[in-house]
Ligand binder design. Structure first.
Ligand code: CA
Length: 510
């Protein structure tokens, strides 16, 4: 009898272990690997139809590894600056709709003052909020909350930049994350160096001091490495608890300050890069190492086959000269960079690996935009029956990944809306509204009501403004843009000279 009891216990134990492993494996783990300010060309993976000199400068072997196992998107779009992209990802809404149109930091304070010509509208300067009634926020059901409610262990690692200081949205733990590693209101680290306690040693810059990570303070470790190790600990606990996980691996890198990652910087100096360029390239490679470490972790834990990785950047490379700095990236053949409505500001390196579903080493030239991540991730997680307080603008790109119902994206318009001021100057930078439809893209500049119309198929560098020679196309796109802006009640700036709200684009054409 005693033996029988023992046998039963053993069988039950074995059964429960068996069930646990099925439980982990029956759901897909999902990793969003979001890089900050990484340009389309800051990688050894070519995203254009030919290799560029930049693809030979930057060394990202783990992105190459990811691309060889997954699908590369050559026309993936985000917004031109940080917070709008991040809020779109977390809410599924277009920036014109959620109204977090510029980057956020201090409660009720514009990050960049108005210029002489335009007064910025009353946009959602405090970012997103999981709670109703917080002034100047978009009240929304955050993506990680839906994943958590469906049984996912939700991990935030790195930069949040989703809500202003002192508002609920500034803390990832209020947005449905079970774990928050190093995320808060600020969109840049005080320092990437553990030896500088990631900015906590400077009493004059506490706003930018990276929270948490105390165990690495004073240590010789780069921020990208520290948040990767902590993310691995968190993933490990999910695996041990037999729970599927969602990891939002949102690197602070490669945003300013441009601080060299000493593990990699020398070889770029040896290549003849200028010091700032070499430091930047080393930050890119440090980020890439993080990607490789995470991929290795998945193999080690035998969860590679049921884990989806989505690689993306939140806006274009910073090609405008950073304050007091040297130019460190270019985005060419694209025009301009971060902050710009031109392709250099919004076209991102994107790769998706989904074992068994996505064809290895595949590529798509169909376009998509950042709010599409929201419904796509929920579809990947097989979460179909969910409720959100906000309407979802994004469209799932799962059919693109799996080649089901492949309808080209060419009939779908994409929209950007930036009724704000960024600061640095350059091509395509300034308050504007933009539509992409098929090969064409129209940018409407609020300040002087001018238009730029480009055919991206013929002119990826946006060098030839076709607004005057393609009047019908101009009018067609202006109407599509106007209708959308009206539909979502998009906020336009005020013209200080006329005292009037800036017109919608179609109102200027007849
Ligand atoms: Ca950014």
């Amino acid at each position: 009898m005693k033996n029988l009891k023992g046998l039963l216990v053993t069988v039950l134990l074995l059964l429960s272990v068996g069930c646990q492993s099925i439980k982990q494996k029956e759901k897909l783990n999902i990793i969003v690997f979001l890089v900050d300010d990484m340009g389309w060309q800051d990688t050894s993976v070519p995203f254009w139809n030919e290799r560029t000199p930049y693809n030979n400068v930057y060394q990202t072997p783990n992105m190459e590894r990811l691309a060889s196992a997954g699908m590369k998107f050559t026309q993936a779009y985000a917004c031109a600056v940080c917070s709008p992209t991040r809020v779109s990802l977390m809410t599924g809404m277009n920036a014109a709709h959620h109204r977090v149109t510029n980057w956020t930091l201090r409660k009720d304070v514009q990050p960049v003052a108005d210029d002489d010509k335009l007064a910025q509208p009353d946009w959602n300067v405090n970012g997103m909020s999981p709670d109703e009634g917080i002034p100047n926020t978009i009240y929304a059901t955050p993506l990680p909350q839906l994943l958590k409610d469906a049984g996912y262990f939700t991990i935030h690692s790195g930069k949040a930049h989703l809500g202003a200081i002192g508002t609920p949205g500034s803390d990832p733990l209020n947005l449905g994350f079970d774990v928050n590693i190093a995320g808060h209101a600020a969109g840049a680290p005080g320092s990437y160096y553990g030896t500088e306690s990631f900015g906590n040693d400077d009493p004059n810059r506490t706003t930018w001091a990276v929270p948490g990570l105390e165990k690495y303070h004073g240590k010789d470790i780069y921020l990208s490495e520290a948040i990767t190790r902590e993310a691995a600990h968190a993933m490990d606990s999910a695996v041990n608890n037999d729970q599927p996980f969602f990891l939002y691996m949102a690197h602070y890198a490669v945003h300013t300050p441009i601080q060299g990652d000493d593990r990699f910087v020398q070889k770029y100096l040896d290549q003849g890069l200028l010091p700032t360029e070499a430091k930047y390239a080393s930050m890119v490679e440090g980020m890439d190492k993080s990607l490789g470490d995470i991929m290795d972790f998945l193999i080690e834990k035998q969860i590679e086959e049921n884990t989806v990785i989505l690689f993306m950047s939140d806006n274009g490379g910073l090609s405008a000269v950073a304050r007091g700095g040297e130019k460190h990236t270019h985005n060419k053949p694209l025009s301009s960079g971060k902050g710009s409505a031109h392709e250099g500001g919004i076209r991102e390196p994107m790769i998706v690996k989904w074992p068994g579903k996505v064809k290895p080493n595949s590529v798509t030239h169909d376009y998509l935009i950042i709010e599409d991540f929201f419904p796509s991730i929920l579809e990947i997680a097989s979460i179909t029956d969910y409720q959100t307080v906000q309407p979802i603008d994004g469209v799932s790109f799962v059919p693109l990944l799996t080649h089901q119902n492949v309808s080209s994206s060419k009939d779908r318009p994409l929209f950007w809306h930036y009724p704000n001021r960024w600061g640095p100057l350059g091509p395509g930078i300034g308050a504007s509204s933009t539509v992409r439809l098929g090969d064409w893209k129209l940018i409407y500049y609020h300040s002087d009501r001018s238009f730029e119309l480009f055919n991206l198929r013929d002119d990826i560098g946006e060098t030839r403004n076709r607004a005057s020679d393609s009047r019908e196309k101009l009018k067609e796109l202006a109407l599509v843009l106007t209708n959308y802006l009206k539909q979502v009640n998009a906020q336009m700036p005020l013209d200080k000279q006329t005292g009037q709200v800036v017109e919608y684009p179609s109102d200027l054409l007849d």
